[in-house]
Design a protein around this ligand. Structure first.
Ligand SMILES: NC(=O)c1ccc[n+]([C@@H]2O[C@H](COP(=O)([O-])OP(=O)(O)OC[C@H]3O[C@@H](n4cnc5c(N)ncnc54)[C@H](OP(=O)(O)O)[C@@H]3O)[C@@H](O)[C@H]2O)c1
Length: 250
């Protein structure tokens, strides 16, 4: 039996995708680094037929940064429709798509609305699939701290948080892709759950940034009203290994 798999990583040059490619290669598998700049475009369909020929699995970690709900819904919906059609045409065994924990409960946030449409397109495509939903990355805390900056302080939602290292996300995606399709959703979260402000404070402390971090119940998560459990799994989840303290440079 041939145990070497061909896995196409859509978004293979990105933060998560490049780590997934490295893990696949280190394990002796064939990884195709798919990105629009490499001539493989999930949104237009360019290069998909050739890239997916003979593939066992596809991991979709492509991304678009925008605050425009229509643009996000169009990007994630269209690219997932193109990808799952190409999967079926090429006989790909498993489509793994990456999403965010509780995307269905946070659809007032334009980005989550896009991810939710992406999930719906994949789940209704007829292509065997697994949706892997993760919490926010340790690597994303810097962006959050700057987005929530308010003068001399940082004002964040008064909710729980359970961030995960991008390396742990990539490992879980690779494991999912090499496994059988779940035709369902799995949640992935970091090893520690604590108030949002405590992670942002720990991150800023490590940078020597002395700004005070304040939890404020009136602060939303980019357009979505949130309550304590909005960003953390509310069911069984796969736990990442690296705590924020272990991930931070010494
Ligand atoms: N940030 C968080 O805390 C968090 C939490 C959970 C989930 N996520 C999810 O994580 C995923 C990956 O995020 P990331 O930070 O790794 O993204 P990233 O670093 O911004 O990389 C995005 C990748 O997508 C590729 N791409 C963009 N448009 C494409 C297209 N039309 N066709 C093919 N490839 C395309 C880019 O390459 P080109 O530019 O060359 O096309 C790049 O390789 C996203 O789905 C995001 O929703 C993020």
């Amino acid at each position: 039996m041939n145990t070497v798999k061909k896995v196409v990583v859509i978004g293979g040059t990105g933060l998560i995708g490049s780590k997934a490619v490295r893990l696949l290669q280190d394990a002796g598998h064939e990884a195709v680094v798919a990105s629009s700049r490499n001539g493989i475009n999930a949104y237009t369909g360019e290069g998909l037929g050739k890239a997916l020929a003979g593939a066992d699995a596809v991991i979709d970690v492509s991304n678009m940064m925008s605050f425009d709900k229509q643009a996000l819904v169009d990007f994630f919906g269209t690219s997932s429709r193109k990808l799952t059609s190409a999967d079926k045409a090429a006989g790909v065994r498993h489509h793994v798509v990456f999403s965010i924990v509780n995307a269905d409960r946070l659809a007032a946030n334009p980005y989550m609305a896009g991810k939710l449409v992406q999930e719906e397109v994949v789940a209704s495509s007829g292509q065997p699939y697994t949706i892997v939903r993760a919490t926010q990355f340790h690597e994303f805390i810097e962006t959050l701290a700057s987005a929530y900056s308010a003068g001399d302080s940082v004002r964040v939602p008064d909710i729980d948080f359970q961030p995960i290292a991008a390396a742990d996300v990539a490992a879980a995606l690779v494991e999912a892709a090499l496994d059988e399709p779940k035709n369902g959703t799995v949640d992935l979260a970091g090893p520690e759950r604590a108030p949002f402000e405590s992670f942002v404070s720990a991150y800023l402390d490590a940078q020597g940034d002395t700004r005070r971090v304040i939890a404020d119940a009136a602060v939303e998560y980019f357009g979505a009203t949130v309550t304590a459990g909005s960003l953390v799994p509310n069911r069984e989840f796969i736990a990442g290994r690296l705590t924020l303290a272990e991930w931070l440079p010494a």
